[in-house]
Structures are given as C-alpha cells and as structure tokens.
Design a protein around this ligand. Structure first.
Ligand code: GAL
Length: 695
C-alpha cells in the first residue's frame, strides 16, 4: 500500500482499467485539509487483504469482525447498516428489493473497524459484507436439536451478528484489476477523508439552500410569471423556480430549444431574476434529431439511442464540448441558474426505450455498463465546470449519481416515493458525498403534505416538485381537482402551515450555509446519520428514522402512517426541543406526540443557533438579520461565513468569519474577521429562560 495523503492509502491490484472515477475526478485531493486532520493509521486487519484475478474478473477479500458495522454504498433507501448484506453497485431507478441498487450507489463503504474503502471503478461491483463463510469454517459445528425459534420467520430474517470471523468480498466481473483507496479513522473521519479525497464538499450557493418550486409541466410563460408573482404576493418564500419538460420544443428526448409556450424566454428569465428567482431547467441527456447540435454529436455518442435520441459520450471531451458549449451559450450565459437531469438512471422497469443496454459501446472506450454508473457523475462534472468557468456556482439536480461527487453542488432525487424510505435516504446518503432531496410531490391528503413539507424543510434541498399540478399543493393535493381549480376545504390552514415551514427554512439559511461551508472546508456532510456523530453509543448504529441537520439539530420526522405519535431515541446528553424548549435527557427512548403541523426537532445542549428573519429569496444584496439562540451553558461557539454567496472567491479564502462565542459565565459576544461586506447583522439574542431580546 502506498500512502498518498495523510490518512489515505492506495493499493493497485492486478491491472486496473483506465476509465474510472479517479480518472475523471474534477478536483484534486484536498491535501491541506487532510493534513490538518492529523495522523491516523489503518486497522491491522487490512494487511491480510487478498485478491485473485480469474477469467470472470477480480475478487478481493478482507477480513471482517463479528461486531463490525458497515455504512455507505451511496444512496440506500431500504437499509442503513450494511453489515451482513450484499450490495450491488448498479445504477437502477427501480430496484425491486433491498439489493443495493439505487439511483446513486457508490463503491465506497465505511466500517466501524476504523476505515473506509473506495473501489475505483464504474463497473457493476458486488460487495458481500460478511455474508459468506469459506468451506471448512463450520466443520466443527456438531450440535443438534436446535430451538424452535430458530425457524420462526422473524428469527430467520432478523439482523444477526455472527460468532465466527467473516469476510468482505468485493467481486468485480469484467475487470482484471482494481485500485483500492483506504481512509483511516472512525466513521466520521473516514467519511471526511473520502470527501476530501474527492475534492472536498461542494460550494453551494446560498440561493440553492432556499425553497425550490417546480411548476406544472403544462405551464406556459404567462403562467410561470403569474405563479412567481403569486408567491411574492402571498409571502410564500421561493428562491428557485424550476421548469419541466414543456419548455422544450420536444422532450423525451430533448431539443433544448424553447417551445412555442415560451415565446420570449430571455424576457421571462430576466423578469424572474428581477423578482429574485433563479431559473432551473429540466432536461434529459438524450439528444433529439431536431436538436441544433445533433449532427455534431453523432460521432461522439453511444451505439444505442434512448427515446430516439443520442446518448452523449460524456467521457469524450468532444461530446462535452458540443453538449456543454450549447448549454453555455444558450442558457448559462443567459442567466439560467441550473438544470435538472432526469431519467439518466437505467430504468429496468419501464417498457420500451427508456435506457441503453449494457452492451452499448461509446467512442471513448466505455461500455454501457460503465456509462450507467458514470453518466450522472460525468454530467455533474461537465455542468459544474461550465458554471465555474463563468465564476459562478450552480445548484442543480440529478437523478443518478455515484462515486466521488462531493464537490458537485447537485441534489439527488427520485421517482420512488415512500416517505419512510426518503427519511432513511437522509441518513444513508451522507456517508458517500451525496446530497439527497426528499422532494414533496404527490400527496394523498393535506396531512401527508404537511408531513412531507416538514421533512423537506430539514433536508439538503427544500423542494416542492409540482410538475403534475398547476396550483400549489397547499390549495389542493388532489391532481384532478387541482387541475379544475377546486380548493381543499382547509386550504387556508394548509397554506398557513406551509408558509410557516418554508419561512422557517429561510430562517435556517445562515445556519445551513455554515454547515455547507464546513462540508467544503472539512468534508463533514451537512446532513448525517446519528452514528456519524455518536458512534460510541450502540443504539446509534441502527437509527435510520432520525438524522442530524447541521451542527446541532437532530430531526425526527413523522410520516402519514405514523399518525401523531412516534418513538424517538436521543443520544446521551440534554436535548432542547426546538419548538417548545422542553428539555429531554438523552441516552434513552421517548414516545413523542406531534400533531400533523408539528415535527420533533431537538437542539444539542450547549449549542449557539443563528436564526434569521425570513427573507422571500436570496440574492447578491441580501443581508440577514440574525438572532442567536443560546442553549444550555458553558463555553460554546458558532461560526457564520460571509462571502458573496454565489461566486468562487471563497475558494481562495475570501470570506469573513463571524464567530459567536459564549464564555463560562454565559456571556455571549461576536467577532468579525475578514474583509468581505457584512452579510449578517446580529439583531438579537435569545437565551433559554430569558425574556426575548434580553442579552
Ligand atoms: C419524471 C421526474 C419528475 C418529472 C417528470 C416530468 O421522471 O422524476 O420529477 O420531472 O419526469 O416528465
């Protein structure tokens, strides 16, 4: 093994392929940040790693202890702790069961044994995480007359730790070699090292953290503008307005030319921008014959079509130049803030021509199998590079993703829709550098809408995807009635609650921006599973219905199925209810009641929490009026980051820090360092037990 940075090692086994995630990695390893994390060693067990190259491919084995917990593998909607499971790293929008396949599987895991492992491949790889025992290991097991419970269905399928040592098997058919990267440290450190190895967390523009609203697919330019006005009039904060397929003159596959429903797109974009909106455009990567650059792209695309469109070979620089150059000139230079790349996720389920076969060949030398795991990643790389070229950050969406994507400010979303699974995604995605959005889409009732809005407000991206309905869901959740402009009976109540939660999201922006800046600087994900911060507490290992949001908030959402009650578990220490101030002692479970318009959120004892006066949107002139909430006593601090919120200067260290500190005596002070203009004004202080505004 060769050490390539502090805490990061590399092992080249056999003859690895050339076109891999590291080959295409955009950023460079953030060596300084890795350096500042200090010394770390890999566990001794890794020195017993074996590999074998056969006609099938390459297989690597690593020993695994009976107590090891495993997390990661990208977005995993069906399970969190992967010990004892087999994970298949294959992009698939419709996984039939908990196989590991998802919109964004990644060949990266982190183990409680003190390391993380990344297998540098776009191939479909299988990871057997202690599921397998070699012949002979069981030879001396001779007891007979097992207890009856062993045969019960629940006992058979329950999560089991084993008594014998096991193996992790990494099986990559089709490859004659693999480069493995190892990241030392506990779960949180290994994840941070993986993210810093990827290039660090993304620089997210502040506006991307505001509220997103995707409008009805059948809307024209007039309707888009009138909805934008309605939000401002009704004081519903919205930062990003997303257009759906109808803006293309042909979509599925795409022309990337405005349809007749949008006769003057530049004027529309200008008007929306002047009202504080960023515009996001839906698209496919699949290029329709009527698209302007179809002929140019023809030689740089795959050997199969999707929806009669070309599949660009994003591994080929010429394809990137043609597809990217068109986007740059026609959209980026005209003020479009970002894109939503849809249906790039290898659908197995849909009939007809939704995807290209694994046998597809691409001019770069990639095959269809590799491209399925790569297309979303390479698209992010291309688009991110184009925005950066113009000195801007984008905030965009993508429906497939995978390895080494932490530096890309893209949110991942899905067409699957289980609220419970979406919450689990919040805990699982953060292990592998992914930003998951549990978008609000169709809802069966007003209560369902509230539950989903509550979750989305405490998520990486606060998105309402209303592509099926012309009116906001708080007016009507039923699609047919919404289309007929019929409102729900209690629409005013739902509007009020949604306005309250979306405004809360805007209040949380300075806090969240700090969490994202930390992601950028240190690799620590802004949204995390509990086990990442509380690894020493045994219960944390399995918690997948709660998650950490930023530095000090713990979120326990409810779903419609939960009704108004759920069990929560809190780690050791005192926790303060964000909404009521009630104090709970951690290290145990509670059964909590929460009405449909309430979400249980807890603040860690000792926290300093900045909350802004809500703004309807964020632009380059926004100055937040921030109140600091102080929880508990003792020394504490919180850093707010001030910069232009949209450009790349922060990468050169061009930002202010505004550090809020509480000393032993409970006195709170703040200090600004740097030269950027002030973006936050401390407008007040709230201490538990003190009257509002008392310092
Ligand atoms: C879906 C996508 C939706 C919406 C729709 C438009 O596949 O997930 O969010 O964009 O396509 O046709």
């Amino acid at each position: 093994m060769e050490q390539i940075a502090k805490g990061v090692w590399k092992a080249v086994l056999g003859e690895p392929e050339e076109l891999t995630p590291v080959y295409f990695r955009e950023g460079s390893i953030r060596s300084e940040a890795l350096e500042s994390m200090g010394e770390a060693n890999l566990p001794e067990a890794l020195s017993r790693l074996h590999y074998e190259v056969t006609v099938r491919g390459i297989t690597v084995t690593i020993s695994m202890s009976t107590t090891e917990d495993i997390y990661g593998f990208g977005l995993q909607l069906k399970s969190l702790n992967q010990a004892g499971r087999k994970r298949r790293i294959r992009v698939n929008s419709d996984p039939p069961a908990d196989t590991g396949e998802s919109h964004a599987p990644a060949p990266f895991y982190v183990s409680s044994a003190g390391y993380g492992l990344f297998a540098d491949t776009f191939r479909y790889a299988d990871f057997y995480m202690g599921t397998s025992v070699r012949k002979g290991v069981s030879a001396d097991k001779r007891e007979v007359n097992q207890k009856h419970e062993e045969f019960s269905e629940s006992a058979l399928y329950a999560f089991k730790r084993t008594s014998e040592e096991r193996e992790i098997i990494i099986d990559i058919p089709g490859a004659k070699g693999i480069t493995l990267y190892f990241f030392a440290g506990n779960i949180s450190e290994a994840v941070r090292r993986y993210n810093l190895f990827s290039g660090g967390g993304c620089l997210m523009p502040m506006w991307g953290l505001g509220v997103w609203y995707r409008i009805y697919g059948g809307s024209d330019q007039v309707k888009a503008l009138s909805l934008a006005e309605e939000f401002r009039r009704e004081q519903i904060p919205v930062s990003v307005l997303g257009l759906e397929p109808g803006w293309h003159s042909h979509s599925y596959s795409c022309t990337y030319q405005w349809s007749s429903m949008f006769p003057d797109p530049d004027r529309m974009t200008g008007e929306l921008r002047s009202k504080g909106y960023q515009v996001n455009l839906w698209e496919h990567a699949f290029v329709y014959p009527a698209a302007e650059f179809y002929d140019d792209l023809l030689p740089y695309s795959g050997s199969y079509e999707v929806w009669n469109g070309l599949v660009p070979d994003f591994a080929d620089p010429s394809a990137c130049e043609i597809f990217g150059g068109y986007h740059e000139k026609n959209f980026i230079e005209k003020g479009i803030g970002g894109f939503k790349l849809d249906e790039c996720d290898n659908s197995d389920y849909n009939p007809s021509n939704w995807s290209f076969p694994d046998s597809t060949s691409f001019p770069s030398g990639m095959d269809g199998e590799q491209m399925h795991n790569a297309i979303g990643v390479l698209y992010q790389k291309l688009l991110n590079r184009l925005y950066r070229k113009h000195g801007k950050r984008t905030a965009s969406q993508v429906r497939s993703s995978g390895a080494l994507v932490a530096p890309y400010p893209f949110f991942l979303y899905s067409d699957l829709y289980g609220h419970r699974d979406f919450i689990r995604g919040m805990a699982s995605a953060g292990f592998s550098g992914l930003l998951w959005s549990p978008e609000v889409r169709s809802c069966v009732s007003g209560e369902d809408l509230l539950r989903r809005v509550e979750t989305v407000v405490f998520s990486p991206q606060a998105l309402l995807n209303c592509w099926r309905i012309p009116n906001p869901p708080w007016k009507q959740v039923d699609t047919a009635k919404n289309l007929a402009d019929e409102w729900m009976e209690n629409s005013e109540y739902y509007t009020e609650v949604c306005r309250r939660y979306l405004s809360l999201r805007m209040s949380l922006l300075p806090y969240l921006y700090s969490a994202y800046m930390e992601y950028y600087l240190t690799g620590r994900p802004p949204v995390r599973a509990l086990v990442m911060d509380y690894e020493k507490e045994e219960r944390a290992a399995q918690i997948d219905s709660e998650y950490l949001f930023g530095d000090s908030l713990l979120v326990c959402p409810l779903t419609l199925e939960d009704g108004t009650e759920r069990t929560i578990w809190l780690p050791e220490g005192r926790w303060h209810s964000f909404f009521t101030g009630e104090i709970l002692e951690g290290g145990r479970e509670y059964t909590i009641h929460a009405d449909y318009d309430e979400i249980p959120v807890y603040v860690k004892d000792g926290a300093l929490l900045p909350l802004a006066q809500p703004v309807p949107y964020v632009d380059e002139n926004t100055v937040f009026q921030v109140r600091i909430r102080s929880y508990g006593s003792g020394e504490g601090s919180f850093i707010l980051y001030e910069d232009d919120f949209t450009g790349l200067a922060a990468e050169k260290g061009d930002y202010n820090t505004l550090t809020v500190t509480r000393d032993q005596a409970g006195k709170i002070t703040w200090k600004r360092e740097g030269k950027e203009p002030e973006r936050y004004q401390i407008a007040g202080l709230w201490k538990e037990g003190a009257a509002d505004g008392e310092m």
